[in-house]
Design a protein around this ligand. Structure first.
Ligand SMILES: Nc1ncnc2c1ncn2[C@@H]1O[C@H](COP(=O)(O)OP(=O)(O)OP(=O)(O)O)[C@@H](O)[C@H]1O
Length: 222
């Protein structure tokens, strides 16, 4: 997988200015953006997902242009075929595990009905793969941290994205679970061969996933 990013964006909040100028090309399926808090990692991830529009530059994924300022191309998030796993997993509290996963299949409907979700072969496949079958009818608040993360991952992967974007995927977990989920995700990535771009400030994530590592500092790759 080739991901090529060359983006610039100026942000201002009151007296604070931040200039993002990220340029790199990655050719592996395990890419890590590593750097301290406030370096510009999340902004970069948002730009790839189509949730932040750069002022200049371009983003290409697998020879597909997601953004090109000069050519006036800016694909909306739903046309990018990228999946975004938020730090807090952002599960829908009023939907069951199966419905949350089925949401990732969404085409023209909003809330997948429970009967539909519970019987959809693709949803069942992911429930099995992540050993979540017993939680099929549970709601997010009834799950452990690890289970919540697995549901969020299943929801992200169910649409077969070209790349999975992970924002500090283990930061919400306690240390023993963090280690376990890191190993699980690593195995899963090898098994599915899905390309991943992970942003983190944790050196252990770099060690586990960093086939290609880019260090971000003050809005730039250093
Ligand atoms: N909407 C905005 N307006 C102005 N400045 C912003 C805005 N969003 C983010 N910033 C600033 O841009 C910088 C980079 O933010 P970003 O969220 O990308 O950092 P990060 O590297 O992901 O940090 P963390 O690890 O803490 O999440 C920060 O200084 C932040 O305050």
């Amino acid at each position: 997988m080739t991901l090529s990013i060359n983006i610039q964006k100026h942000l201002q909040a009151d007296e604070r200015h931040f200039h993002l100028d990220i340029r790199f090309t990655a050719n592996s399926n395990r890419i890590v953006l590593f750097g301290p808090s406030g370096a510009g990692k999340s902004l970069t991830l948002l730009a790839v997902a189509g949730l932040l529009k750069p002022d200049q530059g371009n983003i290409t994924l697998h020879q597909r242009t997601l953004f090109d300022h000069d050519k006036a191309i800016c694909l909306p998030p739903q046309q990018r075929n990228v999946a975004y796993l938020f730090q807090d997993y952002a599960l829908f509290p009023h939907l069951t595990v199966a419905q949350n996963i089925a949401f990732g299949l969404r085409k023209n409907w909003l809330n997948p009905l429970r009967h539909f979700a519970n019987n959809h072969p693709v949803v069942l496949k992911w429930l099995k793969l992540f050993e979540l079958q017993v939680t099929i009818n549970s709601y997010p608040h009834q799950l452990s941290g690890g289970q919540r993360q697995r549901v969020a991952l299943a929801r992200a992967l169910v649409s077969e994205p070209d790349i999975l974007l992970l924002d500090e995927p283990f930061s919400a977990l306690d240390s023993s679970l963090r280690e376990r989920m890191r190993n699980e995700l690593s195995q899963l990535q090898l098994q599915l061969n899905v390309p991943m771009l992970i942003i983190t400030h944790d050196p252990a994530d770099v060690k586990a996933f960093g086939e290609e590592v880019f260090e971000v500092r003050d809005g730039r790759i250093s």
